[in-house]
Design a protein around this ligand. Structure first.
Ligand SMILES: [Zn+2]
Ligand SMILES: [Zn+2]
Length: 424
């Protein structure tokens, strides 16, 4: 603990040398773009707001136009997260043999994810107000004594509510964000001496033995959810996609980027399972093996049956923090992945609303199998006003609306529901 190593000596009195680091940052950004398969968007790494004169990082300064006094922080030998050359080169660093742990902390209706990779520790979002004890318990359980970095996906209270306290107590060196921190958070970051780094699509970040790539946003649209920081984290050959509350065109762009690479192993489902995110196209492009929905009791109907249904139809194993409690993934250096749960280990198997299928431990597959025989085009199936699947009568998807349609008309336009398994 203490103030050891918090100030990078390079940032002190380095103004005469500022040109070289800026060029280097540019080159690294370009390399990160290449790494993403040439997504065409320039990586933006706003200069960290290190105050060269006072020796105290100026939180929020990075959101302003870069000035001569600010120089990008150089890569450092400690595991602090920076944009480093090793991200682009893919070279095996000293931390390459470390295991990586990802904990989706059960904070109710909100997001908070702890990542530990070697001695590097980060937190993506801080849950709603009142999440602090759960997050601190997760950090303590991992033996964390101080955060290396926080990532703030966007400035909504179900993602930032616990952050002022966590930042004050666990004093991250760096905060990654896309957008201006709320005043309470900005104050805490300033007090902790954290450097705020604005990230944009194409930026590569080193998280201990893991590396993260920023897939979104490319710029700010003004829609906080849509502008969420989306990260693809790779550790031991396994990939995690952290989406915040991303939606709309930015989600579509993330899907297109992911379509170029291997399937995602673990998807943090966007926006607590809102029906307006996690489209079928996005799932076809990301191909997640496991989907984690961070959600708790709420008045929005999250997770929506439509989104859970799309995940199940895509073949994902679905877990929610509401049903399963905190969910912990461990990836060994060789890529072996294990998962453990604070509560039940049962995945969600039905597209119900409250509790993410909390009561639905029983498998629906066997009973539904009877309906899967081939049928003629005259067969009537059922759709809903908002869903993307068709169903047999009696499917629980049809609780809100039930619109008969000929099977021959449903084919192609709708997908067969994976829960009730209607005729094809
Ligand atoms: Zn939001
Ligand atoms: Zn949210």
């Amino acid at each position: 603990m203490g103030d050891d190593g918090r100030e990078d000596p390079v940032t002190r009195g380095a103004a005469p040398r500022r040109t070289a680091p800026i060029l280097k940052a540019l080159a690294l950004s370009l390399a990160a773009v290449v790494l993403l398969g040439g997504c065409g968007s320039a990586a933006t790494k706003a200069g960290p707001g290190a105050d060269a004169s006072g020796g105290v990082a100026a939180t929020g300064a990075a959101t302003k136009a870069p000035s001569a006094a600010r120089t990008p922080k150089m890569p450092r030998p400690t595991p602090a997260a920076t944009t480093t050359g090793s991200t682009a080169s893919g070279g095996a660093g000293k931390g390459a043999a470390s295991a990586t742990t990802v904990v989706f902390v059960d904070v109710g209706q909100g997001d908070a994810t702890v990542i530990k990779s070697g001695s590097w520790t980060g937190l993506i979002d801080g849950g709603p107000p009142g999440s602090e004890p759960a997050i601190e318990a997760a950090l303590a359980k991992l033996g964390v004594r101080r955060l290396s970095a926080v990532v703030v996906s966007h400035m909504h209270t179900d993602h930032t509510g616990g952050l002022p306290h966590i930042v004050s107590e666990w004093r991250p060196r760096t905060a990654y964000a896309a957008g201006t921190p709320t005043s309470a958070l900005a104050g805490a970051l300033r007090g902790a001496g954290a450097t705020v780094v604005q990230v944009r699509r194409g930026a590569g970040l080193r998280f201990g033995a893991a590396r993260a790539e920023v897939l979104s946003p490319a710029g700010l649209s003004g829609d906080a959810n849509g502008d969420s920081v989306v990260l693809r984290l790779e550790a031991g050959g396994k990939s995690f996609l952290f989406t915040g509350d991303c939606t709309g065109p930015n989600e579509a762009a993330v899907g297109r980027l992911c379509a170029r690479g291997p399937p995602i192993d673990v998807l943090k489902v966007a926006h607590h399972g809102s029906r307006y995110s996690t489209t079928s196209a996005f799932l076809a492009e990301t191909r997640p093996s496991v989907a984690v929905i961070c959600v708790g009791p709420n008045s929005y109907g999250h997770p929506t049956p439509a989104t859970v249904g799309r995940l199940l139809a895509a073949g994902s194993r679905v877990h929610t923090t509401w049903k399963n409690g905190s969910i912990t993934f461990k990836v060994s250096a060789t890529g072996a992945m294990s998962v453990s749960f604070g509560r039940s280990s049962q995945p969600v198997k039905k597209a119900t609303a409250a509790g993410g299928g909390g009561g639905g431990g029983a498998s629906s597959g066997a009973a539904a199998g009877a309906a899967s025989s081939r049928a003629s085009g005259d067969t009537i199936v059922y759709i809903t006003w908002t869903g993307e699947c068709y169903h047999v009568d009696g499917c629980r998807y049809l609780s809100s609306s039930r619109i008969p349609i000929a099977l021959k008309d449903a084919r192609g336009k709708y997908r067969p529901c994976s829960v009730c398994d209607p005729p094809r």
